[in-house]
Write a protein that binds this ligand. Structure first.
Ligand code: SAM
Ligand code: SF4
Length: 495
């Protein structure tokens, strides 16, 4: 881990009008298209053609877990409208890229994908840019990539069915770019990728305004789902066999129940954990400012609330934290760590760190390294500062050269690697409950996660069922994972 509305029924425009001349027999008709950007005009479909074909979509996701989950919901919206998901651009009538703009490299990748698409594009194919790059670049995308048909930012996903309907009606340039919303993106259907672990966004957007970050611009203001709708969905998920729920939000612990019930985040954690059939409740990402003792108490008292907190620090220097507008000092952050370390249950702790923020001196960086010693994280995602459009930090002087950022990143990663190695080695000999999530190609080798979110690769000579929970004994450790063997029932009960 070191590293860096009722959709199905509300729209009655045929999805078939989106499909076109397919090469693969998937879309064997023509589009009733208006003139496209390239001046091409495709012939109209006959009623018979409509009946024969099914519109297909290809969806590729860039970026964070929230984007991955947004894509699950976007896929749900399209499936509910009768589209079929396909695994290749070639087989798709609609190609969608759900994009990330958190760092420059991520945003560049999207434009290079758009370039590749243009090269291979069939006349009948439509392409849409969703997510943070869409929100950030807006209609400028049409100038840079005129073959794009749909631009929809992450704060406007509620409009997606309407935008699809516009495309289906033959409109060739549609946009959803509002951020002044108090709505969250809820769908009747979510096509979930994992059969045991379900992701659930409980709060969208961000009001924190860290000086380096595009999220407040690309995802809009904070808006929370009502506790009743969250719990209703969790009950449905449990009924469908999901045992693990992961609550998501850019600042998940800033959750503010908009309903009269007014549930606190920690109360919501407990209520989700109490849903029959739910065995693990995870949450990410927590903002240090809103992280209180009540969340620790929920972890201490309710075993289903997993003992793992991802608490991004970003820097160990109070001066840099201030320039980042993180709203806490080094000492205040370390007080939160002390609270977590004093918990009755051993809590695993991970973080995010940015190196090379403008004005970060050697001394500031040393403070980040010393914070690693003090915090003893179980994992850290570390990044080189990347200047982003619209962000206040663009105006801060004393940019750090790229080579120096790379040097600091390498030092930080090496130090954190050693901390993780030592921490994981201390776990050798201990037993953990593991959810079976994968089978290795190597015989008798399986993998999964502990409740504390450690990766466990383990040996079992039995035919395990994915999604089951087992007791595993740790026999060795690496910085990034534990190696174990399944405990027999006799070993567990000491008989
Ligand atoms: N909301 C979370 C928080 O408060 O930390 C983080 C969300 S952000 C999608 C994930 C991480 O990306 C951040 O914690 C930060 O470390 C990193 N990040 C954000 N903007 C960045 C930038 N301009 N350059 C480098 N890393 C950045
Ligand atoms: Fe970005 Fe800061 Fe909001 Fe996290 S808390 S999403 S880093 S602005």
């Amino acid at each position: 881990m070191i590293n860096s509305d009722n959709m199905a029924n509300s729209f009655d425009i045929s999805v078939h009008s989106l499909a076109g001349n397919g090469r693969d027999g998937l879309c064997s008709g023509h589009l009733p298209l208006a003139q496209t950007e390239e001046g091409r005009r495709a012939p109209s479909l006959t009623v018979d053609d409509h009946a024969k074909q099914q519109a297909t979509f290809y969806l590729e996701t860039f970026g964070c877990q929230m984007n991955e989950h947004d894509s699950e919901k976007v896929a749900g919206v399209l499936l509910a409208r009768g589209y079929k998901q396909v695994e290749s651009v070639e087989a798709a009538s609609v190609v969608l890229y759900n994009t990330c703009s958190i760092r420059e490299k991520a945003a560049q990748k999207v434009f290079s994908r758009l370039g590749e698409f243009r090269f291979a594009q069939r006349q009948d194919q439509l392409i849409g840019v969703l997510g943070c790059v869409a929100q950030q670049e807006g209609e400028k995308i049409f100038t840079r990539a005129p073959w794009v048909n749909l631009v929809c930012g992450s704060a406007s996903y509620r409009k997606l069915p309407q935008l699809l309907a516009e495309l289906e009606a033959g409109n060739r340039r549609v946009t959803g770019l509002e951020t002044d919303t108090d709505e969250t993106f809820e769908t009747e259907v979510t096509r979930r990728d994992n059969p045991w672990r379900a992701y659930l966004t409980i709060i969208e957007g961000c009001d924190k305004a860290c000086s380096y970050c595009v999220v407040p611009f690309t995802r809009g203001p904070e808006r929370s789902r009502s506790s009743a709708s969250i719990l209703e969905e969790v009950r449905k998920l449990a009924g469908a066999g999901y045992t693990e729920v992961q609550l998501l939000g850019q600042t998940v612990n800033s959750y503010a129940d908009p309903s009269a019930r007014g549930m606190r985040f920690s109360e919501l954690l407990v209520a989700v954990a109490e849903v029959q059939g739910i065995r693990r409740v995870r949450f990410t990402t927590s903002h240090p400012r809103d992280f209180g003792k009540d969340i620790v108490e929920a972890m201490e008292t309710v075993p289903e609330v997993c003992e793992h907190v991802h608490l991004p620090v970003q820097s160990g220097s109070t001066k840099v934290l201030r320039a980042m507008a993180r709203t806490y000092t080094r000492d205040e952050y370390l007080e939160k760590i002390a609270m977590l370390r004093a918990a009755k249950r051993e809590i695993s702790l991970t973080t995010d760190i940015i190196v090379g923020f403008p004005g970060e001196t050697d001394k500031d960086f040393e403070e980040t390294l010393s914070l690693l010693d003090a915090a003893q994280y179980d994992g850290a995602f570390s990044f080189k500062y990347s200047p982003r459009p619209n962000t206040p930090s663009l105006k801060i002087a004393d940019a750090i050269p790229e080579e120096e950022k790379s040097r600091r990143l390498a030092l930080l990663m090496e130090k954190q690697r050693e901390i993780q190695r030592a921490r994981n080695e201390k776990l050798v000999g201990r037993h953990f409950e593991v959810m079976v999530e994968g089978k290795s190609r190597r015989e008798n080798q399986w993998s999964g996660h502990t409740s504390s979110n450690k990766v466990m690769n383990f040996t079992s000579r039995e035919q395990e069922s994915l999604g089951d929970y087992l007791q595993v004994k740790v026999i060795s450790a690496t910085p990034n994972s534990l190696v174990g063997e399944k405990l027999s029932v006799a070993a567990i009960y000491g008989v």
